[in-house]
Every structure is written in structure tokens, then in C-alpha cells.
Design a protein around this ligand. Structure first.
Ligand code: ZN
Ligand code: ZN
Length: 188
């Protein structure tokens, strides 16, 4: 099998995808893909991962364009269906890698996609905890929940402590932490 006979496979192999992934995507036998790789003179892929130098690259080579900037995932998934990147012997959430690559900072808390495209792993479509809090605050304003009271009943400034539930309702983060510590003290 010559590379020129299967330019589609040759292209994916050049992008760094492992043989098994190329075979799966194009419906080819792994044996044929192996032959194309040999013909191209590309390095053998060790283990099951592609030859990649950075975590971000390991993420990038397993994404599939879905149009309008959204990206699908052709890589591994955990038992809960969440996409992950295998790199340097470790597993990292593909959502986290996408978030860091796009926003240039460490995400805060759990990262999740917020666009309407099912299974999307594109960086701009990710939100972390702080982004979701902002979104909920905007939702609260939209719903006319008001939230004019500047402090909670304990006098904590909402401007500093506010946390928003998924429905836009506000609660005091300082009180929540305090309450949790009290419960711990009782349990101890
Ligand atoms: Zn998306
Ligand atoms: Zn409070």
C-alpha cells in the first residue's frame, strides 16, 4: 500500500494520529494503515498514543472540526464519557487542556463545555467555576431577582462573598463555609 493511494490516511498519520485511530476514522484495516505509515517513513507510534511533544498538542491532534469553531473528540473517554488526554503517563481532562490553551490561565474548579454542540471540546466553549458564577449573576439580573441587599443576615458583603446557584439565586459563600466548619466541629 502506497501513501499516494490513501492520501486521507497519509494526512492523518502526518498529523500524528496513531494507526488504530486512523483505521477507525477511515474504516480501514490497521494492517493497511501500518503499510501507509511505513511507506511514508514516519516513526512508529509507541504504545497507543500519538507521537506528541506537549500536552496541548496531544489534545489538538485528537480534535475533529465540527464547524463554527466547535471541536469534536476522537480521543479517549473515561467511564463517565468525559474526554481525556493521555500524555506523559498521565490522564488530563480534555476540557481542562482546552481551557488552559484558550484562556491562558489555570481553570478554577471543574471545567465544562457550555455551548450547544454535543460533545464539543473547543477552548472557547469551556467555562470554569468563576465563569459560571459570572453567568449565573447575569442570569439573576435577567430574571429580575434584584439582590439589592448588600449584605447577608450576618453582615457579610455580598459583593465579596456572593455565590450563585444554577437558577440564579444568590447565597452567602462566607456563611456556607462557616456552616460547614461548624458541622465538622460537631462531628469531631
Ligand atoms: Zn463548542
Ligand atoms: Zn454571610
Amino acid at each position: 500500500m502506497r501513501a499516494v493511494d490513501r492520501p486521507d490516511a497519509a494526512e492523518l498519520l502526518r498529523q500524528g494520529l496513531p494507526n488504530a485511530e486512523v483505521a477507525r476514522r477511515l474504516g480501514m484495516s490497521p494492517r493497511t494503515v501500518r503499510a501507509v505509515r511505513t511507506h511514508l517513513g514516519l516513526d512508529r507510534v509507541t504504545g497507543r498514543g500519538a507521537v506528541t511533544r506537549t500536552l496541548e498538542e496531544a489534545y489538538r491532534v485528537r480534535t475533529v472540526p465540527l464547524g463554527d469553531g466547535h471541536l469534536g473528540w476522537a480521543g479517549a473517554r473515561g467511564g463517565n464519557g468525559a474526554p481525556f488526554v493521555r500524555f506523559g503517563g498521565r490522564r488530563t481532562s480534555a476540557y481542562r487542556v482546552a481551557f488552559r490553551a484558550h484562556f491562558g490561565r489555570e481553570p478554577e474548579g471543574v471545567v465544562m463545555p457550555v455551548c450547544d454542540v454535543k460533545g464539543c471540546v473547543a477552548g472557547p466553549c469551556m467555562d470554569d467555576e468563576s465563569a459560571r458564577r459570572r453567568t449565573r449573576a447575569q442570569l439573576a439580573a435577567l430574571m429580575g431577582l434584584g439582590h439589592r441587599q448588600p449584605t447577608c443576615s450576618q453582615g457579610h458583603l455580598y459583593a465579596e462573598t456572593a455565590e450563585y446557584r444554577a437558577n440564579g439565586k444568590r447565597e452567602c459563600g462566607a456563611c456556607r463555609v462557616q456552616h460547614r466548619q461548624e458541622l465538622k466541629a460537631v462531628a469531631a
